[in-house]
Design a protein around this ligand. Structure first.
Ligand SMILES: Cc1cc2nc3c(=O)[nH]c(=O)nc-3n(C[C@H](O)[C@H](O)[C@H](O)COP(=O)(O)OP(=O)(O)OC[C@H]3O[C@@H](n4cnc5c(N)ncnc54)[C@H](O)[C@@H]3O)c2cc1C
Length: 602
């Protein structure tokens, strides 16, 4: 008889990819007790070292649209601590973000495979932990499925869909004449490195032989001009992308090692000095079951930016539909893909993030309620990250009021949106409300015009900077008529969302992963935003008219920061400080121009 451990939580999240991680972190930060059950030893799903896909999003195409909130926090931390973008450091960072977040109980190596449901309500779920041979039973008020494969659909009877819609169903331009059950395929990633000496390669006998480019279906694979990753080692779109995973993986391995053999041994691909460093043995999955919510996002919504009053997230990645033939389709002219760029970000409504028929089920990941074509844009991890933060925030607010997700969406949407904006998420079309305390004070600055600091928009967008350009050693001050109790300060600094002023190799800025390491990168450190304020001081004018330093930060590397003050003050001032080294005549990041979007008291 094996052990069973019982857990009680407000929110149980299944799957620790980017969607599940961000859900768990945001819910926990809003005070909910969270259990995160994840079946792998490392977090991050397709972004983890096991699969090594990089994070793209709205900001990858339209640079000012970079996802903020937890996503920018994570990327900045990674740029700061992991300049060589080592996957072990990245794994450790993801682990740290979840494992040491108060309010999260993390169950790793634990696969959810049972659920108890009554009257369309999930009572509990059960997962088996391989490393301890223990069953974990989790009772919770709300369950969030971020497993990608929507494991709770077959276990609870939640409505879902697999495959591609017909035009007639949702009136989509890219819909098919007749619906089918095909999906995008799954892929195995490879990593390779250029050395300073010739490297030979002998393929395993079971690898496929691709004697020429035609046998490789003309997929891009030239190392002289690295313009691809190995996304096109893709299969399974015409099989069952859950049941047949192992069979598909075996085929993918034969292809992957055959591709490397082709690159090394069949023709000149500039690969003489290149070595194969890593091949993923866990395929990355693009598509399987998609849940049905109260609303199904469509191609029309994605292309026309439908204005949803319950917007909680946004996307902006192109329509990026991989056709089911995958590797076996010829890639000439991109024929294996269907792509269309979007001109504007689109809105994602909360109604697409909870189940239509299971009343305490939400989802955050590639499995949201979207048509196949809309999913082909929402599926990137930048978008999934902001969806996760939205779902975690909404679930925490729902459990705070003891509401089910649908009723929280109907009655607490303004509170959910305000919480997201407060936490540095961007919701196109909405502005953050300034705190009542800041409204009571007079805002002045020693240099320039600081009115933008309280305009409710914390990024450059639609051609407006929305920031304050100050100078180091020049202060910004809030002054009250009467002394006030100040809980703390909120700061949003410029982390160079478009990454144009970031020092270092620009290739690495948006992503956690590198799949090709050319020799030219050997001595390159990946960049850090030059314009981010590194040093600053916060001072308080006390009731006796004395200025005291409340805190001095010497090594900031985040965009969004909140500091507790808990002081009575007549005034509070913020001063960015110089990082100039007179001996070397250099500055760290944090230039003499201090650019920030928000300094506010609460
Ligand atoms: C080859 C490839 C290339 C891609 N390229 C890009 C790209 O360049 N940029 C980009 O942003 N996106 C890319 N994508 C898409 C993106 O990676 C996925 O859409 C995204 O990872 C989905 O996030 P998720 O959190 O929903 O799922 P996942 O990342 O798959 O995470 C879900 C996690 O849940 C776990 N899980 C599953 N079942 C259970 C269970 N029963 N119990 C517990 N845990 C479970 C899984 O192990 C997994 O780690 C790519 C995808 C693939 C496959």
């Amino acid at each position: 008889m094996l052990n069973t451990k019982k857990h009680w939580a407000d929110i149980c999240v299944i799957g620790g990819g980017i969607g599940g991680m961000f859900t768990a972190i945001s819910a926990a930060r809003h005070g909910a007790k969270v259990v995160l059950m994840h079946d792998r030893p490392v977090l991050g799903g397709n972004a983890s070292s096991e699969i090594r896909m990089w994070i793209s999003g709205a900001g990858t195409r339209v640079r000012d649209l970079q996802e903020t909130g937890i996503m920018e926090e994570l990327l900045l931390e990674n740029m700061y601590r992991n300049p060589t973008r080592n996957f072990t450091t990245w794994d450790a960072l993801l682990y740290e973000k979840v494992r040491f977040e108060e309010n999260i109980e993390l169950l790793l190596n634990c696969t959810c495979c049972e659920a108890k449901t009554e009257n369309n309500h999930i009572e509990s779920i059960k997962g088996f932990q391989l490393t301890t041979y223990t069953w974990h039973e989790v009772n919770a008020k709300i369950f969030v499925d971020s497993s990608g494969d929507s494991i709770l659909a077959p276990l609870t009877g939640a409505e879902f869909k697999v495959g591609r819609e017909a035009k007639s169903e949702l009136n989509e331009e890219f819909g098919l004449e007749v619906a089918d059950s095909h999906t995008m395929g799954m892929s195995i990633m490879m990593q390779c490195r250029e050395t300073d000496h010739p490297v030979t390669y002998t393929p395993p006998a079971w690898a496929y032989d691709f004697p020429d480019d035609q046998a490789m279906h003309n997929k891009p694979h030239n190392l002289y001009a690295i313009n691809t990753n190995f996304y096109w080692i893709e299969l399974g779109g015409m099989q069952n992308s859950i049941d047949d995973t192992e069979e598909i993986k075996d085929e993918l391995l034969k292809i992957a090692f055959g591709v490397w053999d082709h690159i090394k041994n069949h023709g000149d691909h500039g690969a003489e000095n290149w070595d194969l460093e890593w091949v993923g043995f866990l395929p990355g999955k693009r598509e399987s079951r998609r849940y049905m919510g109260d609303y199904v996002l469509t191609q029309h919504d994605v292309e026309n930016c439908t204005p949803f009053s319950d917007v909680v997230a946004y996307g902006g990645w192109q329509i990026d539909n991989h056709l089911p033939g995958g590797f076996r389709m010829d890639a000439k002219g991109g024929a294996h893909l269907q792509k269309r760029r979007l001109s504007e970000p689109y809105l994602i409504p909360l109604r697409s993030l909870y189940s239509k028929n299971i009343d305490n089920l939400m989802f955050a990941g590639r499995n949201i309620s979207a048509s196949h074509i809309a999913f082909s844009s929402t599926r990137v991890m930048g978008t999934i990250g902001v969806i996760g933060q939205a779902v975690g925030t909404a679930a925490a607010i729902a459990t705070k009021y003891d509401l089910l997700p649908r009723y929280a969406a109907q009655t607490k949407i303004e509170e959910i949106q305000a919480a997201l904006l407060e936490d540095d998420c961007f919701l196109p079309g909405l502005r953050r409300e300034i705190s009542p305390l800041a409204k009571k004070a007079k805002l002045t600055c020693d240099y320039g015009d600081c009115t933008n600091l309280i305009n409710g928009l914390d990024r450059r967008i639609w051609g407006n900077d929305n920031g304050y350009f100050g100078k180091t050693n020049k202060s910004i001050t809030y002054t009250f008529d009467q002394p006030q109790f100040v809980n703390g300060v909120r700061l949003v600094m410029d982390s160079d969302l478009d990454r144009e002023y970031t020092e270092g190799n620009p290739d690495g800025l948006h992503t956690s992963a590198v799949l090709f390491f050319p020799a030219s990168h050997n001595n390159t450190r990946f960049g850090f935003p030059k314009c981010l304020i590194k040093r600053y001081r916060i001072e308080i004018l006390d009731e006796n008219g004395q200025w005291d330093t409340a805190l001095e930060i010497t090594n900031n590397h985040q965009r969004f920061v909140k500091h507790a003050l808990n002081k009575i003050a007549k005034a509070v001032r913020f001063t960015p400080l110089s990082t100039y080294h007179s001996e070397t005549k250099t500055e760290d990041y944090g230039s003499s121009t201090a650019h920030l979007f928000n300094f506010e008291l609460f």
